[in-house]
Design a protein around this ligand. Structure first.
Ligand SMILES: Nc1ncnc2c1ncn2[C@@H]1O[C@H](COP(=O)(O)OP(=O)(O)O)[C@@H](O)[C@H]1O
Ligand SMILES: [Mg+2]
Length: 266
């Protein structure tokens, strides 16, 4: 029997989502997680986007077990949890900040074909793992799209970090995600991140989206978590499968994302 009652961990679980693909979710998720681990936090990263440029590829890892084993019942989330060797940060007080990956599988349909009960079980297990193993935060890298799988992952998180760019189709898709989450899941937990935007562009996008959600959905204003500039160094790091927050900590994009991550702790 599936328990449909959402279980909520004490530490926050963030869904990083967008309607449209290629807006920067995976890079932002990894950079936020790395920033928090550098500050001594224990961070769990669930790869819900099993496209080609997924997190284990980005991190040059070859996991033996992944979410497909969890969904088939062969493994638990704890079995597949993989502390990322490059993302362990010993602290002065003797503790270690660490990013731990729950790997997806590149090219595997994975979460795309999962049933709702299996998905809810997995999300409940994620909250339980965060609680039992005392993680400080978890991030879900949600696949692009507005199908029930994506909506469920967002609705079951404490907060949805909704990523868009100034591209009109990305804005339209971001609005669609907010609308469906509200209409179908009665959830309004989104916060906005505008990526690849100047400050003026970011504020314009925020204004457009918050006006739409207030006017058409009668929701409270959509809070803006941050604006991330386009940065060549950052793009190069991603292309070379290097961790931008480590290889290029001074990149303007990394610094903007780091500010967002630090804001999450407040
Ligand atoms: N702020 C940025 N500046 C420059 N390039 C970026 C920025 N954010 C993302 N990109 C580039 O956009 C592409 C898509 O990013 P990715 O994180 O894989 O997006 P998604 O997970 O949403 O599909 C990558 O090639 C990445 O380097
Ligand atoms: Mg991605």
């Amino acid at each position: 029997m599936t328990n449909p009652t959402p279980l909520h961990s004490t530490a926050p679980v963030y869904a990083v989502a967008s309607g449209k693909g290629g807006v920067g979710k995976t890079g932002i998720t990894l950079t936020m997680a790395t920033t928090l681990a550098k500050k001594g936090k224990r961070v769990l990263l669930l790869d819900g986007d099993t496209g080609l440029a997924n997190l284990d590829v980005q991190l040059n890892l070859q996991p033996k077990r992944d979410l497909a084993h969890v969904l088939s019942g062969e493994s638990t989330l704890r079995d597949i949890a993989l502390p990322v060797p490059q993302l362990a940060f010993p602290q002065k007080d003797g503790t270690t900040g660490q990013v731990t990956l729950l790997p997806g599988r590149a090219g595997h349909a994975g979460l795309a074909n999962v049933t709702q009960p299996a998905l809810l079980n997995m999300v409940n297990a994620l909250h339980a793992l965060v609680e039992e193993d005392a993680y400080d935060a978890a991030f879900i890298d949600v696949a692009a799209g507005i199908a029930p799988t994506q909506l469920t992952l967002c609705a079951q998180a404490h907060q949805t970090l909704l990523v868009t760019t100034p591209d009109p189709s990305a804005i339209t898709d971001a609005y669609a995600l907010i609308k469906l989450m509200w209409q179908q899941y009665a959830t309004a937990n989104a916060r906005l991140i505008v990526n690849m935007a100047s400050a003026a562009e970011g504020e314009y996008v925020h204004q457009r989206l918050t006006t739409a959600v207030e006017k058409f959905l009668k929701l409270p204003p959509l809070p803006l978590r941050g604006i991330v500039p386009t940065c060549k160094t950052y793009a190069t790091a991603v292309r070379e499968h290097r961790i931008a927050a480590i290889a290029h900590p001074n990149s303007h994009a990394v610094q903007a994302i780091a500010r967002i991550a630090t804001g999450l702790l407040a």
